[in-house]
Design a binder for this molecule. Structure first.
Ligand SMILES: Cc1ncc(COP(=O)(O)O)c(C=O)c1O
Length: 421
């Protein structure tokens, strides 16, 4: 930690919240240099849905490295890429009757978002992109234009206010205001002053923005409105895709078919960097190499990504397990909320992304700090920082899930005891 404290830029974030030096990890457990063990309810901010160093993928990866499989190959055709595409089509797209082409962008979520915006603009010839309050789409300037949080936009506002309009996300305005109806109205009205956008981009559950859940009916309505007005719908499934909500894609239950989908974080399965833009074939208006980059084909990630799909998504077993764990976590968190209604105001989420809202940021951060002291890694989110987000690996063993919840509950008790003293 000494070298990091001394020499790493002030921009570092998570190492401040969890101030220790981590050494090894396995499944839902992460260890530090003092031989302390932590249960990981942060899971790489959604990049470790199948846990740390998943043994099934590790074996495949080690075999691949051992046989001198291609590691870096720009976007050359490789055996690993060919196999990933085959598996993704066979087990993910075809059973869901989704006909997408795949673009492998630079390996961060943000780069997939950049590609989506560019392609939406190129393929429609329009500029404006509609995004939502509390949205989070990444930090390159294109993606940051779509991201709402003031903390991330600070000092860049003049540049960021081009080509985007923020609409209230579902539930943002109290009293029944529906921004889907509003969108329909302004796009139908020549006097609205809102230019017809190329696309709307949204998360079906806003992960960083506070775990705000859009109901299926609202998503369906938005889809109908975007189709009516000839506007593309981009779903950013970077955080809540790959099983986080219980299904592979977060929009499956709504029965919608977005024009484009961004995936990253857990798509590689192993925490290796990888990102994909899925697009309906008719939108594939790219010229060869028009959105290029050196690291678009992370072949090690293709190997583990294919294995993750084969291992977890061939049938419904894994989805049933997520459902069961989700029901349990919701049940217990609601009990904790009821017992602590003086400091906890809400529990919400879907699948294994669940938020507990506290009365203020100070209380929430006291709880996460106390939990860390006692062996649980869990983070806050939302623009006010008063929301604690439960994001355990999806394949977490029940014992660790129980133990994590116990540490969390004890953390609440301890901070309340301290306040009473
Ligand atoms: C919904 C969403 N989009 C985009 C991103 C950006 O991805 P990355 O951090 O890999 O650039 C994130 C990261 O948290 C995200 O949650």
């Amino acid at each position: 930690m000494e070298q990091i404290r001394k020499h790493e830029s002030k921009v570092r974030g998570y190492s401040r919240s969890f101030p220790t030096t981590f050494t090894t990890a396995h499944g839902a457990i992460i260890n530090d240099e003092n031989h302390r063990q932590y249960i990981d309810f942060l899971a790489g901010a959604g990049a470790l849905n199948y846990g740390h160093n998943n043994p099934f993928f590790k074996m495949k990866l080690m075999d691949y490295i051992d046989k001198n499989g291609i590691t870096h190959g720009l976007d050359l055709a490789t055996e690993a890429k060919e196999e990933f595409i085959r598996v993704f089509n066979q087990y993910i797209l075809e059973p869901r009757e989704l006909k997408y082409k795949m673009q492998f962008t630079g390996p961060t979520g943000t780069n997939a978002v950049e590609a989506a915006i560019k392609l939406a603009q190129i393929s429609t010839g329009r500029n404006n992109i509609i995004t939502f309050t509390n949205a989070y789409h990444g930090h390159s300037k294109g993606a940051l234009r779509l991201t709402a949080n003031e903390h991330y936009r600070k000092g860049l506002e003049n540049e960021l206010n081009q080509f985007t309009s923020f609409l209230p996300y579902y539930g943002y305005v109290e009293g029944g205001f529906d921004s889907a109806d509003y969108l329909d109205q302004v796009l139908s009205d020549k006097g609205s002053g809102i230019d017809k956008p190329a696309a709307i981009i949204l998360e079906t559950i806003q992960g960083e923005g506070g775990v705000n859940v859009a109901p299926n009916e609202w998503l369906k309505k938005l889809r109908r409105i975007t189709e009516k007005h000839g506007i593309l719908m981009i779903v950013d499934d970077i955080q809540v895709g790959c099983g986080r909500t219980g299904k592979f894609f977060s929009f499956e239950e709504a029965g919608i078919y977005p024009d484009m989908v961004t995936l990253s974080k857990s798509i590689s399965g192993y925490g290796l960097p990888m990102a994909i833009l899925l697009m309906k074939p008719e939108l594939d208006k790219w010229e060869p190499g028009q959105h290029t980059g050196t690291f678009r084909g992370n072949n090690l990630a293709f190997v583990t990504a294919a294995e993750a799909i084969i291992k977890y998504w061939k049938d419904d077993k894994f989805q049933d397990e997520i459902k069961e764990k989700s029901a349990k976590l919701f049940r217990i968190l609601n009990i904790i909320k009821d017992e602590n209604s003086d400091i906890i105001t809400d529990v919400r989420g879907k699948g294994l992304i669940i938020a507990m809202e506290f009365i203020d940021a100070e209380t929430a951060s006291k709880v996460t700090r106390e939990a860390f002291e006692n062996g649980l890694i869990i983070e806050t989110c939302g623009s006010e920082g008063n929301i604690i987000k439960f994001l355990p690996p999806l394949n977490i063993h029940h014992n660790y899930l129980n133990e994590g919840i116990k540490i969390f509950e004890q953390a609440i008790e301890s901070i309340k005891e301290v306040e009473l003293v």
